[in-house]
Write a protein of this length. Structure first.
Length: 158
């Protein structure tokens, strides 16, 4: 007897190879516009994720930094990377997150181009949701550029 599935499943499983293939297809087809799409997908995803996390926690009296760290820690459980907030200074428009145990590491290294674009967008989406300010990544480090880790530095747009 087969059971017909109704509705949308809660989780979809995609191998990292397939995910990488999707990212590569975008970049190979659209060049830097493809990178922007990956970033944008991450951004939207980060905003939705942040909204969900914040709606479930009691955040009364919580500082913006604590809230940001809590959302990042929740995102860490997804397993893309262990993201560590190294600098949090939204007043000066500067935020730095270092990616440890980064799932994209081998991809960034092997393909010689940043595959961590997705997470750059993801983190910018989280901070956008929390502050309603647009942040852009700048001087972010990546294995693809010979740096010792991938890190994400965000600065507020003027
Ligand atoms: Zn990278």
């Amino acid at each position: 007897m087969t059971i017909e599935k109704t509705g949308i499943p809660k989780n979809l499983v995609l191998t990292s190879g397939s995910f990488l293939n999707l990212l590569n297809t975008l970049v190979n087809t659209f060049g830097s516009a493809g990178e922007s799409m990956i970033y944008q997908m991450g951004h939207e995803n980060g905003m939705v994720f942040c909204r969900e996390v914040v709606s479930k926690i009691n955040n009364e009296g919580e500082s913006l930094e604590n809230l940001f760290v809590r959302v990042i820690n929740s995102a860490n459980q997804i397993g893309w990377a262990n993201m560590v907030v190294e600098e949090f200074n939204p007043q000066n428009g500067k935020i730095k997150v270092v990616l440890q145990d980064n799932s994209f590491k081998q991809f960034c290294l092997r393909l010689n181009m940043p595959q961590c674009f997705f997470l750059r967008g993801y983190i910018s989406g989280i901070i956008k949701e929390l502050t309603n300010v647009d942040y852009q990544f700048s001087r972010s480090e990546c294995y693809a550029h010979g740096d010792e880790h991938c890190s994400i530095r965000l600065v507020a747009e003027d």
